[in-house]
Design a protein around this ligand. Sequence first.
Ligand code: AQP
Length: 338
Amino acid sequence: MSPAPAKPILLSAVQPSNRLTIGNYLGALKNWVRLQEDHDCLFFAVDLHTITVRQDPKELREQTYRAIATYIAAGVDPANATLFVQSHVPEHAELAWVLTCFSYMGELNRMTQFKDKSAKQGTNIPAGLFIYPTLMAADILLYGTQRVPVGEDQKQHLELTRDVAIRMNNLYGGDLFVVPEPYIPPVGARIMSLQDPGAKMSKSDPDPNSAVYLNDTDDQIRKKLKRAVTDSGSEVTYEDSKPGVKNLLAIQAAITGKPIPEIVASYAGKMYGHLKVDTAEIVVQELSPVRTRAEEILKDRAHLEKILQAGAERARERARKTLERVYDRIGFIPGRFR
Ligand code: AQP
């Protein structure tokens, strides 16, 4: 095995299943930019994951380009982080098959995300939705990842990744896989729906007013925040009984880096309307340059494709070492890597 790199290996990704939201930006992208300084980072668009539910081919292709352009526009440096698209590195699908064979039906059955997502599918539930966690495990284990930033929703999947890695290490040698740890970034944010602040803001929410998308115009952003559902009462305070107000304060804090009590204090004697208008301006200031840069990057597809090709080559170089070791230990004859 090659010597451990000096910086901890960190991996994170977004599904390009729709336009990215300010939730993806504040919960993932903005942190990635900070993390790339002191980590060996792999950031990618998980297109293989998106087809666990039906996607429109043209849309999927556009959203995948757009996701990568947005990562770069937000500040991810392709010369520093390894930036790629999952389907360009076939080792992900190959290792996922192996891990599927070492995972148990009972384990996969317990995944709450599977229960939630399959409930929306009616009678024909794609099998990919069931084995999704083994593909996520492959994403992580291929690169000797030490740290995976995870929100609540993905904690169970990371636990499964660790269990399967330990199971296979016990069978085939302790150095087969690095067992990854969850990583809680110093600045975290869970952004809620603007229309139902009890639910997470999601790019797949059918109501476009529930989310600010990263390619919304300044006017659209202002309108959406103006219409954001707030709560009864009028005093701006940060408490669970006011989830709508809490969400707007959290958005401001995640962007400005100011402590919540300081933001709350600045609204003494003011109304919810002030909070909405200010939050809209803070969001516009933050997202407008990202949107402009992303549009610029998208205009030069050839350049974007070059970046992706270089990223995939770097990723494959690393991924093949792990897969070669796995194939060897489980007893496949050499040939795949000649
Ligand atoms: N609302 C959010 N607040 C904070 N972070 C969020 N993330 C997503 N939504 C929020 C973070 O974005 C990263 C990638 O998420 P994903 O695309 O892989 O899947 P997701 O978490 O299921 O995101 P969505 O937007 O809700 O997608 P759909 O609607 O396609 O299922 C993760 O780091 C996640 O924490």
